[in-house]
Write a protein that binds this ligand. Structure first.
Ligand code: MN
Length: 299
């Protein structure tokens, strides 16, 4: 099944070009804050699955084109991201890191945006590039700690597309990858049973129709099962947690006015525009120059 979040945190199932609203199987109240309705739905999904299927078989839907799709998960406990997980990307970056050695970082959950949202380029001094990274994202279903690799797939709810937007600069990864809108995900979560082999999925990314990234998850250095085992050796994985599995080669700059399209076999396709944020009053991110004392940034 393909699950979307739409309008006021409604939860829907995609049926052809329609969406069937299944929200009331979980929740008949107003949209919660924080926006965790999908996280709770994933937590309860094993209990709700039969009712979901019955509703999809019996209820009328509405055209997907008539709703506003949101990020399918907006408020996960963790957004884990593996860098340096494809050798050809390591080579193009001249990186000394490897995911199987250096493990992962976290992106702020507030960097998540959805299929209806633009990527917003921050106002940065120094002409720093902001790059696209095309990534398969794993959505955790069943919680767990110390999950062995051979049981990892039992903890996967499904998959979605994720663009790991990244400022290329010397700052900490968590800072340069955590701007608002730097983690577009969607357009839906496809459940695990609909993905034939997550370890052999083609994935592609285009900018303005030009193919920039074209790869396959079979080339992951650290596979999905091992990413789950490693992550859960450190932290409990909770329903709705997201693991971005790393980018293949072909990363490149985004400019205001671009349209980025990500496609992953068996998962889906999503296009989002790129816009430039206006310069804000207050602290200026003069990245590339140290900020060590008052006034030094203007020296
Ligand atoms: Mn990445």
């Amino acid at each position: 099944m393909k699950f979307v979040a739409f309008n006021d945190q409604r939860i829907g199932v995609i049926r052809g070009d329609e969406v069937v609203d299944v929200t009331t199987l979980l929740d008949t109240g107003p949209a919660p804050w924080p926006p965790v309705r999908m996280v709770r739905f994933i937590r309860d999904y094993e209990r709700l699955a039969d009712q979901v299927r019955a509703r999809v078989d019996s209820e009328s839907g509405r055209p997907v084109a008539d709703v506003s799709l949101r990020a399918p998960i907006e408020w996960p406990n963790k957004l884990i991201a593996f860098p340096a997980n494809y050798q050809r990307h390591i080579d193009e970056m001249n990186s000394r890191n490897r995911a199987d050695v250096n493990a992962y970082f976290l992106k702020a959950a507030s960097s998540i945006s959805g299929p209806s949202d633009p990527i917003i380029l921050p106002a940065l001094d120094g002409g720093l590039a902001v790059h696209h990274e095309c990534e398969l994202a794993v959505i955790i279903g069943r919680p767990g700690r110390h999950i062995p690799p051979e049981r990892a797939m039992q903890h996967v709810f499904g998959f979605t597309c994720l663009i790991d937007v990244t400022v290329r600069s010397p700052q900490e990864r968590v800072a340069r990858k955590s701007f608002d809108s730097f983690a577009p995900i969607g357009p839906w979560i496809v459940t695990r049973d609909e993905v034939r082999d997550p370890s052999a999925l083609a994935l592609r990314l285009w900018v303005n129709g030009e193919l920039r990234q074209d790869a396959n998850t079979r080339d992951l250095l650290l596979g999905i099962n091992d990413m789950i085992a490693m992550s859960s050796a450190i932290s409990t994985l909770h329903p709705g947690d997201i693991i971005a599995t790393g980018t293949p080669d072909g990363v490149g700059p985004l400019e205001s006015g671009d349209v980025v399209t990500i496609w992953i076999e068996d998962v889906g396709e999503m296009s989002v525009p790129v816009v430039q944020a206006p310069r804000q009053d207050g602290f200026q991110l003069t990245w590339g120059r140290p900020v060590t004392e008052a006034g030094s940034r203007n020296a």
